[in-house]
Structures are given as C-alpha cells and as structure tokens.
Design a protein around this ligand. Structure first.
Ligand SMILES: NC(=O)c1ccc[n+]([C@@H]2O[C@H](COP(=O)([O-])OP(=O)(O)OC[C@H]3O[C@@H](n4cnc5c(N)ncnc54)[C@H](O)[C@@H]3O)[C@@H](O)[C@H]2O)c1
Length: 256
C-alpha cells in the first residue's frame, strides 16, 4: 500500500480503456483516496465505472482550454477534499484532419488547439492548484506522453510536437514546483488501443511494430502504466523529478 493516506486527483478518465482508468485502479489498490475528473460527455460512464471503487469521487472538468472550467473543478475539489498529494494529467486532443494529413499541412488553428489542450492545460492546472494552495508539501504530478515527441512517427504529427512541448514544460515546471517541494514527471507510455488512439492513422501497425521489435516483444497494458504512475505518486520516487520515464517494454532503446 504505497499510497496510503494520499489524496490523488486523476484527470482524463473517459472509459474503461482509458490509460487514466489503469492509473485510477492502481492508485486505489495502493490505498489512495482517489478523486477523478472527466469531461461532461463521459460523466455517466465514468460514474458507473467508479462504483467498482467505493469511496472514490468524480468531478467535471469539461474543457481544459477554458480557464473557468479548470478553476471551477479545482475549487470544488478543494472545498470537498482540501489539499492533494498527487495529480495525473491524462488529457490530449488534436483535430482528426491534422492526424490524417501530412504534418506540413497542419493549420495554425489545429497547431494551437493541440498545444492548448495537450500541453498548456498542464501549466494552467498546476498554476491554479498552486495559487489555491492545494498542493501538499511533497505532492507528485504525473503527465502522459508518447515516443512520437522524440521521433517522427507516421500519423502522430501535430500531437508529437505537442508532446515534445509537454516534456519540455515538465522540466521547467519541475524547477518551479521544486521551490514548494513538489515533483513532476512524465510517463512515456507505449501505444495502447484507446478511444484517443483510434484517431491515429494505421494505429494497428504501430502496435505490431512494438510487438516485433521491443525487447520484451509485447505491448504495454493500462495496468502496467497505472502501476508505474502509482510508483511516481509514492514516496518511493521522492528523488525523481523533471524526468520522462519510458514505460514501453523497452521499445524506445531500439535503433532499428
Ligand atoms: N493511447 C496511447 O497509445 C497513448 C500512449 C502514450 C500516451 N498517451 C496519452 O495518454 C493520455 C490519455 O489518453 P488515452 O489514450 O487514455 O485516451 P482517452 O481518450 O481515454 O483519454 C483522453 C482524455 O482526454 C480528455 N480530453 C480531451 N480533450 C479535452 C478537453 N478539451 N478538456 C478536457 N478533457 C479533454 C478526454 O475526455 C479523455 O478523458 C493522453 O495524454 C495521451 O496522449 C496515450
């Protein structure tokens, strides 16, 4: 029970295939008080899922592109739960046409949208949490990223650029959060079939390549990513901050 006594906010559960659902289960199984947030359109589905985990709670953070939505959600959480010990950012979005066309055709609006939802939202959420003095001393933040930030992966396009910005932001945020003795890290998860992943062209072949070439010759599960997330929330990772940790069965170390 490495998270006993900790309050953990999980942002971005959509359904039982969401990677954030694996993190919710892992945090719960490790003894945390789990507080989930989701977009309005997933509320009923997530509420039903959470019935499997008594004592968890759910709030709406409908659109992380809107400061007011983030503010209201954090305010409600603060009112009900007080300070928190961890927060997961598992939120990303890009317009479908920007994942289907060549990267060179990305529109200015599409670029801004992917950056706003998938990267800037993390900065906004943490700034507001800090201003509201919601982060307990020693709190640990985790965000999910993908290898498409490091290498050009067909179809990942504008999302790869947003993830590169997210990873750089994590290093700068680690410096700022360090001043209040809080940590932040990213997990670069291997590909997993989720609703978001469906937007990526030929996602099935990305899964096949990982199975063929990764040292462990298999794809990762939401449980494995969730367990690594629980480790980062725990005091067992107290000296780790500003890092991008690959949870990908070793795929990222392979040259060809
Ligand atoms: N699936 C993969 O292969 C993979 C691999 C590595 C990293 N990731 C990352 O994991 C995270 C979770 O994605 P997932 O694959 O579990 O998919 P998912 O579709 O289950 O989760 C994405 C979440 O983002 C939320 N979201 C999107 N736009 C939003 C907005 N404007 N405001 C509020 N919420 C919004 C959705 O409601 C959903 O809950 C994302 O950051 C994704 O990039 C996914």
């Amino acid at each position: 029970m490495i998270l006993k006594g900790k309050k953990i906010v999980i942002m971005g559960v959509r359904n039982k295939w969401s990677i954030a659902w694996g993190a919710t289960q892992a945090a719960y199984n490790q003894g945390a008080e789990v507080i989930c947030t989701c977009a309005e359109d997933s509320y009923e589905k997530v509420k039903e899922l959470l019935q499997e985990l008594p004592g968890t709670s759910l709030y709406v953070c409908n659109n992380v592109s809107v400061d007011e939505d983030i503010d209201n959600c954090l305010e409600e959480i603060k009112k009900e739960h007080g300070k928190i010990d961890g927060l997961l950012h598992a939120i990303a979005h890009a317009n479908t046409q920007d994942l289907r066309n060549d990267f060179i055709n990305t529109t200015r609006d599409g670029y801004a949208h992917a950056q706003d939802v998938s990267c800037y939202s993390l900065i906004a959420i943490l700034r507001m949490s800090k201003e509201k003095e919601m982060l307990n001393e020693g709190a640990s933040i985790v965000a999910y990223t993908y290898f498409g930030s490091e290498k050009a992966i067909e179809g990942y396009n504008v999302m790869g650029v947003a993830k590169a910005a997210l990873e750089a932001s994590i290093r700068y945020l680690a410096v700022d959060l360090g001043k209040i003795n809080c940590r932040i890290n990213a997990i670069s998860a291997g590909p997993i079939k989720t609703l978001s992943a469906k937007g990526i062209k030929d996602f099935g072949s990305i899964l096949d390549v990982v199975e063929q070439k990764s040292p462990l010759h298999r794809n990762v599960t939401t449980k494995e990513v969730g367990d690594a997330t629980a480790f980062l929330f725990s005091n067992m990772s107290d000296a780790i901050t500003g890092e991008v940790i690959h949870v990908d069965n070793g795929f990222s170390i392979i040259g060809t």
